[in-house]
Design a protein around this ligand. Structure first.
Ligand SMILES: NC(=O)c1ccc[n+]([C@@H]2O[C@H](COP(=O)([O-])OP(=O)(O)OC[C@H]3O[C@@H](n4cnc5c(N)ncnc54)[C@H](OP(=O)(O)O)[C@@H]3O)[C@@H](O)[C@H]2O)c1
Length: 291
C-alpha cells in the first residue's frame, strides 16, 4: 500500500464549496431579475487556444445556468492591442454589462496587464485591477481576487477556524500569496489571522511552515511542500500548481496527507472555488451598479 492510501487527513474538496457559493449567487441573480435587472458577465477570448476556448465555454454555460446574460467577443490570434482595448472599452461603456472577463492567457504579443488597466475596475470580475488591489489593501468594498477569496470561502465552508490562528503562505505572487495575505489579515470573523508570508528570500522557510496552523502553498513549484514541512494535524491548502502539458503538478506532495489534519485533494481543491468567486464578483458588480 502506498503512503497516499495510508493518509488520515480530512479531505477538503472545492466542489461543495463552489456549489454553496453558486447557489447563493443564483438567488442573488434571481432577485436582481425580479427587480428588472439582468446581470451580465461579458467574456473576451483572443486567439484559438483550445484550452482557453474550452474554459470560456464552461464559464458561459455556467453563466447561463445562473441567469446571467453573457455577451462574448472572440478576437483572432493576430488581433492588435488596439483591437483588444477597443472591445474592452465597448464593454466599459455598455451599461447593460456589469462584469468583464478577459480569458488568460492572451497571445504573447499582447500586454495583459495593460489591457487589464483599461478595464473599468468595477467590472473587473477577476479582482486583479490595481485599483481593486488597492481597495483590498484598504479594506474597501470591490471585486476580490478570485483564488484568495476562494481559499477564504473554503476554510469557512469547512468550519476551519482562521481568526487568531497562524497562517503561513509560501509565495508572495501578485495573483495568490500577496492578496491572500491581505485578505486573511483583515478584521473579519472568517479572517483575522496572524499571517506570515515566506518566499525565496527566506531560506529557512520550513521553520515557519512547521509552526503553521494553516499552510497555504502558493509557489508554483511542484512538490515543494513535503511531509517534513507540515506541522502534524495542521491544515494544508494546495493552491500552487504547474502544468506539464495537461498534467497538473501541485506544490503539495500527496504524501503530506499522512501528516496533515486536513488537506485539499490533489485535483479539485482550490480550483472550483476560484471559478465560483468569479460569479460572486459578477453578481456583486450587478448589485452595485443597480442601486
Ligand atoms: N488553483 C488556482 O485556481 C490558482 C489560481 C491562481 C494561481 N494559481 C497558482 O498559484 C501559484 C502562484 O501564483 P502567482 O501568480 O502568485 O505566482 P508567482 O508570481 O510566480 O509567485 C510565486 C511565489 O512563490 C515563491 N517561490 C517560488 N519558488 C520558491 C522556492 N523554491 N522557495 C520559496 N519560495 C518560492 C516566489 O518567491 P519570490 O517572490 O522570492 O520569487 C513567489 O513569491 C502558481 O502555481 C499558480 O499556477 C492557482
Amino acid at each position: 500500500m502506498s503512503d497516499v492510501n495510508e493518509n488520515t487527513a480530512r479531505l477538503l474538496p472545492g466542489a461543495p464549496v463552489a456549489a454553496a457559493v453558486l447557489a447563493e449567487v443564483g438567488e442573488r441573480v434571481a432577485k436582481l431579475r425580479e427587480q428588472g435587472v439582468v446581470p451580465s458577465l461579458a467574456t473576451i477570448l483572443v486567439g484559438d487556444d483550445d484550452a482557453s476556448a474550452g474554459y470560456i465555454r464552461i464559464k458561459q454555460k455556467q453563466a447561463g445556468e445562473l441567469g446571467f446574460a453573457s455577451p462574448h467577443r472572440h478576437l483572432p490570434a493576430d488581433a492588435t492591442q488596439a483591437d483588444l482595448q477597443r472591445v474592452i472599452e465597448e464593454f466599459n461603456a455598455d451599461r447593460q454589462v456589469h462584469g468583464v472577463l478577459i480569458q488568460y492567457p492572451i497571445p504573447g504579443h499582447l500586454d495583459y496587464d495593460a489591457a487589464l488597466q483599461t478595464l473599468d475596475p468595477d467590472k473587473d470580475v477577476d479582482g486583479m485591477h490595481p485599483l481593486n488591489m488597492g481597495r483590498l489593501a484598504l479594506g474597501l468594498p470591490g471585486p476580490l481576487p478570485c483564488t484568495p477569496a476562494g481559499i477564504e470561502a473554503l476554510l469557512a465552508h469547512y468550519d476551519i477556524p482562521v481568526a487568531g490562528r497562524e497562517v503561513v503562505i509560501l509565495g508572495r505572487g501578485a495573483t495568490l500569496g500577496r492578496p491572500l495575505a491581505m485578505l486573511l489579515a483583515q478584521k473579519r470573523p472568517t479572517a483575522n489571522a496572524a499571517v506570515t508570508v515566506v518566499h525565496t528570500g527566506v531560506a529557512d522557510w520550513p521553520r515557519y511552515t512547521l509552526r503553521a496552523d494553516i499552510l497555504v502553498a502558493a509557489a508554483g513549484v511542484p512538490g515543494i511542500i513535503q511531509p517534513e514541512h507540515v506541522r502534524p494535524g495542521s491544515v494544508v491548502i494546495g493552491a500552487g500548481v504547474r502544468y506539464a502539458g495537461r498534467r497538473l503538478l501541485p506544490d503539495v506532495d500527496e504524501s503530506c496527507a499522512a501528516v496533515a489534519g486536513a488537506i485539499t485533494p490533489r485535483v479539485g481543491g482550490v480550483g472550483p472555488t476560484t471559478v465560483a468567486m468569479l460569479f460572486r464578483n459578477a453578481v456583486a458588480a450587478a448589485e452595485r451598479a443597480s442601486v
